[in-house]
Design a protein around this ligand. Structure first.
Ligand code: DGJ
Length: 357
């Protein structure tokens, strides 16, 4: 048994700090694969210059560098060209096609594109082949949409909002607009995202949509390479980012952040009857103080959620967070904490200096 110290430098097999930020982990045939954003030095490091980095481990403590498994390209027209953004990459194994499917937030330096990128590989170690980037659910209304909002007049009225500025951080003005209607034909915005594979193999794509104001949860097709035309809108105008979904005893849970760019804010939590809900918001699950940076639960220990990994063998849920260092992104750190479940509050994430693995 060994442990990782939160907010410390986490060395790989070459003694280099692990470079897989806003990432997630899958287990395949007894081996753990950690995929995340490869960051570079300085503020510039927020952009993608290499691609998606992968590490491999059999014990979750010693991680071997497997290099870049989805590579940035030189072609400036490509959504994965150097200097664009490849954010929050997540990978699922598809039992039917026996392929590894990656989805990520695909956008540009100015964060104006808000698409979802997809890539596929025969091996967990890549190379992942880029499939494309899209706005999900074009021409499809969510399952939980009121007929009132589908009226053609409402749709036309929402086509061109000349006064609409770049409303990507919490802003009450957003309630004046029908952004879902505006984006109905071309497809919905998709920013911070997550993948979730249910016990029956059905996969869901969870993403911040409508300028980040509202989360969408969409079912993927059986091969995980596309959206299935079934999705719901959840937590309208609650500005949730960094979503992570997990399941325990038939209940579904979400861990999320608020929407304050790279600055930490108070974590959000929710419990649902199914991935499509109904969802009920819970209180901030975090408790305690991070002695390394002085942040407490009001700012999620100075961190932002990225993934919840279930260790099957130990029936243990690990909440994974990023401590962002925007002045030098490559120096951003990791915080992993055990989740404790509770009949009354749903779940808690108490601060611990280290994680035993
Ligand atoms: C917060 C998101 O959670 C990050 O992934 C990143 O997109 C930043 N915003 C960019 O401002």
């Amino acid at each position: 048994m060994s442990k990782l110290i939160n907010c410390d430098l986490w060395s790989d097999n070459n003694g280099v700090h692990i470079n897989a930020h806003a990432g997630g982990i899958i287990e395949f045939k007894g081996v753990y694969y950690w995929y995340g954003e490869d960051k570079t030095e300085g503020w510039e490091g927020r952009l993608a210059y290499h691609g998606v980095h992968c590490y491999k481990s059999t014990n979750m403590v010693r991680w071997e560098d497997e290099g870049i498994v989805l590579k940035c390209v030189e072609d400036k027209e490509s959504p994965i060209s150097k200097g664009k953004r490849i954010e929050r990459p997540k990978v699922l194994y598809n039992d039917m096609t026996e392929k590894f499917v990656m989805w990520f937030h695909s956008t540009d330096e100015g964060h104006t594109i808000a698409k979802s990128g997809c890539a596929v590989s025969d091996s967990p170690l890549g190379p992942f082949e880029f499939v494309g980037a899209k706005w999900p659910n074009a021409g499809v209304w969510p399952l939980n949409m009121f007929d009132e909002n589908k009226r053609p007049a409402r749709l036309i009225e929402s086509k061109n909002y000349s006064e609409l500025k770049f409303l990507d951080s919490e802003n009450k003005d957003i309630t004046k607009y029908n952004l879902l209607g505006r984006d109905f034909e071309r497809g919905q915005m998709a920013r911070d995202m997550q993948l979730f594979k249910d016990d029956d193999g059905t996969a869901y794509h969870i993403y911040a949509s409508e300028h980040n104001s509202t989360l969408h949860i969409a079912k993927l097709t059986d091969d995980y390479l596309d959206h299935s035309d079934e999705y719901v809108r959840v937590f309208p105008n609650r500005w949730m980012e960094a979503p992570a979904m997990f399941k325990r005893n038939g209940k579904y849970y979400l861990l999320m952040s608020g929407c304050t760019s790279w600055d930490p804010n108070a974590a959000r939590a929710a419990v649902g009857e199914s991935p499509f809900g109904p969802w009920i918001e819970l209180s901030n699950p975090c408790k305690g103080k991070n002695k390394f940076n002085g942040h407490d639960e009001q700012t999620t220990f100075g961190c932002q959620s990225t993934y919840v990994f279930y260790i099957d063998k130990e029936d243990r849920y690990i909440a994974m967070f990023d401590e962002w260092h925007p002045e030098n992104f490559i120096d951003s750190r990791y915080v992993w904490l055990d989740i404790e479940f509770d009949e009354i509050v749903g779940y808690r994430i108490p601060w611990k200096d280290s994680i035993r693995l």
